[in-house]
Design a protein around this ligand. Sequence first.
Ligand SMILES: [Zn+2]
Length: 312
Amino acid sequence: MTCAGPARSQAGVSPVATNLAHDGIASPVSSLEHESGKSSYGVAPPVGVVVDLDSVRTAPARLVRAGIGDAVSNLSAVANWELAAAQTGEPIDGLAATLARTAAQAVLHQPGGADGDGFRTVLAEALILSAMAMTVAGSSRPCSGGDHEILHAIDQLSPGAGTHGELAGVGALFCTWLRGDDCATALLADCLARHGLPRTPADLGLSAADFTKAVLSAPATRPGRFTGGYGDAALAPRAVGLARARRLAAALKVHRAIQAVELSLLILVAAVIDAVHGGLAATRVLTVACLVIAGLLVPAHLAAVMASRRLS
Ligand SMILES: [Zn+2]
């Protein structure tokens, strides 16, 4: 199953999942190990996915349970995304967020254990929905927030501490607690405990110091991704200011006055007014107004481009 992602570098492949350890069974992002660590690569989404429950039944139970951690971590990832949308103006894709959240909720509230086919079916659907959410979003954003940043940091600093899904569950629980969402924290903790998944650093065999080190280095694993928690403070003031300016500009819509169609109409209106009243007063007012708007918008656009995190 681990080679299914790279194999999809070309379109038209339908992987057969024999395990449910993570959403890589259909994800448009594939993680590959090399001499200098792990890297993520974009791959073609599959045209279909076949989940062989007979094979899943024979897979190591720990790996199947790990998929639960990866699926429910979507809740934290989507919450991070919404926070980024509110605080930095990052665009959010409603369909992608809905797919990711619905997948997580299905697993969170599904009764039974990972040893039953009913539960495994829900888990398989949730992991495939998660992968579809990433495909719709065009990035891992709906399924990867601060939770996965912590996961990658632990992977780098303490290799072998846990599987992808186990670490995702611990990261999601910590980030949800950090956001002060007590209700979601309790639901997540209950779900992880019910399925025998780790919840604390000690469950992963990590000391508080190890975990703190991982949390502090987590933002560096995905530079520029706002998660609304640790490590974002330095970026927030600039981003918040820009977001407000963007919202104001969108509300006033003054930029439309100097767009081709709108400007043609305004020139026509000014010409008619001038023809009726005689003189060039309306045309002059329009010319000055357009120059002022262009004078404001050009530096604003330049500032937005220079401050954009996509450049970093
Ligand atoms: Zn994941």
